[in-house]
Design a protein around this ligand. Structure first.
Ligand SMILES: [Zn+2]
Length: 96
């Protein structure tokens, strides 16, 4: 007479796979239409105009001594400026 130990169900006890996704704190929630409706218009910090233009450009100058290039490099960055007085709000400064 043969005695078989164990029920043979061990394979069902494998632990669940770890959560595939890391914390998503860095992902902003999508902006709802209502949130846009409720949001205030941005005003110029100088003249309170609510109209802006994106024709202004700021330029980063990278030294040739950092890049090894024969001359300095320039990196243009479009910025949003007040259409009335040309002021660039802190909010619109490039974040680099
Ligand atoms: Zn202005």
């Amino acid at each position: 007479m043969e005695i078989v130990k164990g029920s043979g169900d061990e394979s069902k006890n494998t632990p669940a796979p770890p959560a595939a996704q890391p914390a998503t704190a860095a992902q902003p929630a999508p902006i709802s239409a209502q949130a846009v409706k409720d949001a205030p218009w941005v005003e110029c910090e100088k003249c309170q105009s609510q109209v802006f233009t994106q024709e202004r450009i700021k330029i980063k100058q990278i030294s040739k001594f950092l890049t090894g290039a024969p001359q300095d490099s320039i990196i243009p960055m479009p910025v949003i400026a007040c259409a009335e007085c040309g002021h660039v709000n802190k909010l619109f400064e490039p974040k680099i």
